[in-house]
Ligand binder design. Structure first.
Ligand code: PMP
Length: 418
């Protein structure tokens, strides 16, 4: 994740992409008679065989409920579940496994914080600060909280490249700010936010920070202790893992002080009709039977991604971004939306005179899968005065040839509408 304008001809870092692609069964299939060109990894990443097998193996060999069984299968499932928690801890370099809460995904993680942390800390006249590039899941929960508590949602602006106006951001962290919630990487624009600075500026005023890591974890090393953030949220399905599973990292001190979010089995220490006492972290926040297979699959995804190497992934994606940017900039009528100096491998663009949905539909005829629309970031579209973009979003399994296929496809689209 460096600069979009980096030289595409720099030596490609050592990643045997051709070999690694063989790990992904779906990448071997064809679509409409053409090899699949999958450029929609920001929506969800494809799954390597290791993840598919781990989920299947769990159901085939050790399926049981966790934490409460005395029988062998329950012990095996519990061990697998808890060892995945340790893998997440190590991935994020969290200080303690108690800080890793399994949830359904980024959306649920943010809602948990908005509900449990927000309701206790945000009162009438207080403020929650976000940015103008957030995904709806990092807008709406705060809006709902603010409405309920009589608080105010403040929005830090972005510039014409889609970069955060850091000075304006700092000015907005005021005495009434109770929480800052910012995306690490924007799904609609690819902007990588200066999250260390954001955390430092916020902490200087005593304001905790939640980072939405949905678009970051699969593309770069994330170290929550180095970032200093208070909460970090991500989804397994954007990290080559299963859908329906995600993570909320929270600093133990904050999680300890927060009330449970949902009530039910597993989150209690004891229950009587008079009084219930709650379980210790992280179980206090994991009511009910969790997505056991999902957690195990996520653990396998983390093993996989670490075997590839997040630093090598980041370097390869930088090359892909530089190449893709150069190809798209050379196409007449194409305008990139999101050209921040620090960018992830997301290419959002508009094509003169052609609706984004038509771009996507025509590319699909050639087996090229991109996303079109507002990308759950309608305020970003409003900021740029457009209804939608076409978005090619990359992962380490993408190749330079696939980007060339995209460019060729776009030339065809332009001809159809000429
Ligand atoms: N934040 C960002 C930046 C995202 O890209 C997404 C998914 N597109 C989300 C949050 C929500 O993730 P999920 O739907 O997995 O909860």
């Amino acid at each position: 994740m460096k600069r979009a304008a980096d030289d595409p001809n720099v030596a490609a870092p050592s990643l045997d992409v051709k070999r690694l692609r063989e790990d992904f069964p779906v990448l071997q299939r064809s679509v409409r008679g053409r090899p699949l060109v999958y450029l929609d990894s920001a929506a969800t990443t494809q799954k390597p065989r290791a993840v598919i097998d781990a989920v299947a193996r769990h159901y085939a060999e050790e399926n049981a409920n966790i934490h409460r069984g005395v029988h062998l299968l329950s012990e095996l499932a519990t061990t697998a579940y808890e060892s995945a928690r340790e893998k997440v801890r190590a991935l994020l370099n969290a200080a303690d496994v108690r800080e890793i809460v399994f949830v359904r995904g980024t959306t649920e993680a943010i809602n948990l914080v908005a509900s449990s942390y927000g309701r206790g800390r945000v009162g009438s006249g207080d403020e929650v600060l976000i940015t103008a590039m957030e995904h709806h899941s990092n807008i709406v929960p705060w809006q709902m909280l603010c409405e309920e508590m009589g608080a105010r949602l403040r929005v830090a602006p972005i510039d014409d490249r889609g970069a955060l106006d850091l000075e304006a951001f700092e000015r907005l962290v005021g005495p009434r700010t109770k929480l800052v919630a910012v995306t690490h990487v924007s799904n609609a624009l690819g902007t990588v936010n200066p999250v260390r600075e954001i955390v430092a500026m916020s902490h200087a005023r005593g304001v905790p920070v939640l980072l939405d890591g949905a678009q970051a974890v699969a593309h770069q090393t994330v170290d929550v202790q180095a970032l200093g953030c208070d909460f970090y949220a991500f989804s397994g399905h954007k990290l080559f893992g299963p859908t329906g599973i995600g993570v909320l990292y929270g600093r133990a001190e904050l999680l300890e002080a927060m009330p449970p979010w949902q009530g039910g089995g597993d989150m209690i220490a004891s229950v009587t009709f008079e009084k219930t006492t709650y379980n210790v972290l992280p179980y206090k926040f994991e009511a009910g039977t969790p997505h056991i297979a999902g957690v195990i699959g996520l653990g396998a995804a983390i093993d996989y991604v670490q075997s590839v190497g997040l630093d090598r992934i980041a370097a390869w994606e930088d090359s892909l971004l530089a190449h893709g940017t150069a190809l798209l900039e050379a196409l007449p009528g194409v305008r990139l939306v999101g050209t921040a100096p620090d960018k992830a491998a997301v290419l959002s663009f508009v094509l003169d005179g052609v609706h984004a949905h038509d771009v996507g539909t025509i590319l699909d005829q050639d087996g090229i899968a991109i996303r079109t629309g507002h990308h759950c970031a309608q305020p970003v579209m409003d900021r740029f005065g457009i209804p939608a973009t076409a978005r090619a979003s990359l992962a380490f399994y993408n190749t330079l040839e696939e980007l060339e296929a995209l460019a060729a496809g776009l030339r065809k689209v332009a001809e159809v509408f000429a």
